[in-house]
Design a protein around this ligand. Sequence first.
Ligand code: CP
Ligand code: NVA
Length: 302
Amino acid sequence: MKHLLKMLDLSTQEITDILNLADQLKYEQKHGIKHHYLEGKTLGMIFQKSSTRTRVSFETGMYQLGGMALFLSSNDLQIGRGEPVEDTARVLSRYLDGIMIRTFEQAEVEKLAEYGSIPIINGLTDFCHPCQVLADLQTIREYKGNLDGLKMCYIGDGNNMANSLIVGGLKTGMTVSVACPEGYDPAKEVLEFAQPTGKFELCRKPADAAKGADVILTDVWASMGQEGEAAERRRVFEGVYQVNRELLEAANSGCMVLHCLPAHRGEEITADVFEDHAQMIFDEAENRLHAQKAVMVQLMKD
Ligand code: CP
Ligand code: NVA
């Protein structure tokens, strides 16, 4: 593994290796065991969108690994004034040991990897959010003991989270069901990967997708960059594409509920369901730290 660009690039073994290392790093951190695997290394973090979890967990994670992280807002970089990504990649490769980037187009991240000579980590694009899904898989495994044979269900927009969850779930042996409105389906290349597995179901009704689920996940109706579509999306999603107590009745008992956050209570998830599952949702947020540390160690360690 040279980069983390999207879940589609990872083998099942690579995902398992990351999750195992994430568990080990979590143990080391919790027990005060020094784990300076990236001493002297520097990660650049380019942000073209807002972030709480991604920024803080990468920065803290790099520090805990004995390295340092630089926050690079695209407003301040020349990339924000039109310097080509091809040049930015080659320049930053001369200073840094790795780059995490959060941006709009997946093609920009792929280009950074193509032109740079250091590991590139996708910290969210419009297409996918692999770091979040690795943390989600780590959390599900912690609670359920294993992933193989579980049923994962996603309710809502066929967005970056849906795209990554479908691939991550299927690659780790889960069956995956998704409920999203017509016109808001997951990406074509994700469906092309998922459908031939015979373990994937695309539904229109949330109750159909939730049937027998072991874990239900959801995400906002309008993602970053889609603010202008928020009213139209609300009209389409409201009253149907919501994780609420009634929906959970269709799921298996002990069904987990996860959310990548930030959450909009009363929209994609009700406040009561959110609070009923707050412990695991914030474990999930914490696991961003451990899963990303594992990714950085895999990619950047000598
Ligand atoms: N879930 C997630 O990526 O959160 P941030 O947008 O706060 O980084
Ligand atoms: N789908 C959301 C995820 C945020 C972590 C977005 O892209 O805004």
